[in-house]
Design a protein around this ligand. Structure first.
Ligand code: NDP
Length: 504
């Protein structure tokens, strides 16, 4: 069977790469080549940026009212629902996400995000009139919110479809046009979504340029025609983007790594903690920036909780993501799997205790995939590299603490600040702890509580800016003040013109 080719999507049509080159895309569960994706160049990017710039000036898009943009966004719901089965399949074979997670959680988030943004765009004050003030003279002022321009969207490989939509929706709701650079590891759903959604938009509003980060991504962050970059990925690349973007002062939103710490208080329900903390770290085999990867446990419940965690983790089904019963899927590729194992080994060398997992698992029928057993490391401390750095795998580091102050200090002793949490029997006391945790999202008695109307983003080196909700929409808007003078007689403008003019 011929291997499908994934081209760019520019100005409303599929476009082959100018250089004629393609790269293999593999199924993480089997290692099989499932597609060839266009290897984009700066030339391809220039075509897409030019199309996006033309679309900005197209009155069909430029003058569309927020209400009409809301109608268009709502139409996305039908298109995505009608094609959900195909999209779920493409997402699972390219990203290794379990079909079960994609069908249940990802679509729920995507559909809800569309509806949230479609509602918001109808009520958001794109134009506000300020009351007249006579300082220094009587004026009328309107504050208007306008699109920034052409936005370069760079989602990561871990949740390609959710990240694509999270960036696309507010960008379009604000009236921008976009060029998306999907990860070359997981381009399937981005190209397909562009084909499905673009017919609802004027040509050139939504473009996709495939290729590697070091070429297309890099060129996007330096491109003078791109006014904003929204990036999800590693902190190292995020810092590089910020430096590149500084040359033309592009607006930048960065959603970067995390090392989520959850504090388990002595009165917590151990059964709830064990299930919830494992959900927090094992969703998508730990390949999520907001994962709960550090569990800080009060000394009085430390051993019983470890026992429960090991018991539940040991019973989880690792396997082919296409099997609806699979709970833990593969790492995105073998090199990443090896990196995860490297972190586990380094923690053991530095004195951690292996409670369960810690090794690669062979899955029948998926011999080419890299699967890692859910791993719990006890007796960890904040000096270990597996505790300080983002592993992006199914690895939970457990740390014992004696009192609340110590737990908060350990949680905050991190370069990252994306997610944090508290597992407790006292939700009122937890509110106070939540205020002291340095993280953009704090979850009490649960994890991954991502509501589409709630801002999401990081403190410290976990990023810059917020996605989702009003904050997400505003990150794609510029603010303009339009001021109209009432006084037309220059001689009466004594407080202002009187400084430089003399009137008889
Ligand atoms: P990267 O940060 O390298 O890649 C993320 C995205 O950025 C990809 O689309 C990548 O393209 C692109 N990119 C790479 N270099 C540049 C550049 N110079 N300019 C613009 N875009 C660029 O992450 P990795 O895939 O290498 O993963 C490494 C680690 O990053 C993971 O182990 C994990 O710890 C963290 N990570 C965090 C994520 C999060 O959700 N915050 C998501 C993914 C990774 P390409 O694929 O072609 O390189």
């Amino acid at each position: 069977m011929a291997i499908p080719r994934l081209d760019h999507f520019i100005d409303g049509a599929l476009v082959a790469p100018n250089g004629g080159e393609y790269m293999d895309v593999e199924n993480p569960a089997t290692g099989e080549v499932i597609a060839e994706v266009a290897c984009g160049t700066e030339y391809d990017l220039n075509l897409a940026v030019a199309a996006a710039q033309r679309a900005l000036d197209n009155p069909d898009w430029r003058d569309m009212t927020p209400t009409d943009r809301s109608v268009v966004l709502n139409q996305f719901v039908d298109v995505i629902q009608q094609n959900a089965q195909e999209l779920a399949y493409l997402e699972a074979i390219s990203s290794g996400g379990t079909l079960s997670r994609i069908s249940k959680l990802d679509f729920l988030l995507i559909i809800d995000s569309i509806m949230t943004m479609a509602d918001l765009v109808k009520t958001y004050p794109f134009t506000q009139s300020l009351p007249a003030r006579a300082v220094p003279e009587l004026t009328d002022v309107k504050v208007v919110k306008e699109p920034i321009g052409v936005c370069g969207l760079i989602p990561a490989w871990n949740l390609p479809m959710v990240l694509f939509m999270n960036k696309l929706l507010p960008a379009l709701a604000a009236g921008n046009t976009v060029v998306v650079k999907p990860s070359e590891l997981t381009p399937h759903t981005s190209v397909r979504l562009a084909q499905l959604l673009a017919p609802l938009l004027p040509p050139g509003v939504l473009n996709v340029v495939n290729g590697v980060g070091g070429v297309v991504g890099e060129a996007m962050t330096l491109h003078p025609g791109i006014s904003k970059i929204s990036f999800t990925g590693s902190t190292a690349v995020g810092k590089r983007i910020l430096v590149n973007a500084a040359a033309s002062l592009k607006r930048v939103t960065l959603e970067l790594g995390g090392k989520g710490a959850a504090i388990v208080t002595a009165d917590a329900d151990l059964n709830a903690v064990a299930h919830g903390a494992l959900y927090g770290v094992l969703l998508h085999s730990g390949q999520g920036c907001e994962s709960g990867t550090r569990l800080l446990v009060h000394e009085s419940i430390y051993e019983p909780l470890l026992e429960k965690l090991a018991h539940i983790a040991g019973g989880l089904q690792i396997g082919d993501p296409m099997n609806p019963d699979t709970q833990i899927g593969p790492m995105c590729h073998a090199a990443h799997g090896q990196k995860v194992l490297g972190y586990i080994h380094s923690a053991l060398e530095q004195g951690a205790r292996l409670v369960c997992g810690g090794e690669r698992v062979r899955v029948l029928g998926c011999e080419g995939g890299f699967f890692i057993a859910p791993t719990i490391l006890a007796d960890c401390n904040n000096q270990m590299s597996a505790v300080r750095e983002e592993i992006f795998g199914p690895v939970l580091a457990v740390i014992k603490y004696r009192d609340e102050a110590e737990a908060i200090a350990i949680a905050n002793d991190s370069d990252y600040g994306l997610s944090a949490g508290i597992w407790t029997g006292d939700v009122l006391a937890a509110q106070k702890i939540a205020r002291r945790l340095q993280a953009g999202s704090v979850w009490i008695n649960d994890w991954h509580m991502l509501r589409t109307d709630v801002p999401f983003g990081g403190y410290k080196q976990s990023g810059q800016g917020r996605e989702m909700g009003i904050a997400g929409l505003e990150s794609y808007l510029e603010t303009k003040a339009i001021t109209t003078a009432f006084q037309r007689d220059p001689a009466k403008k004594t407080l202002t013109y009187g400084i430089v003019h003399t009137f008889d």
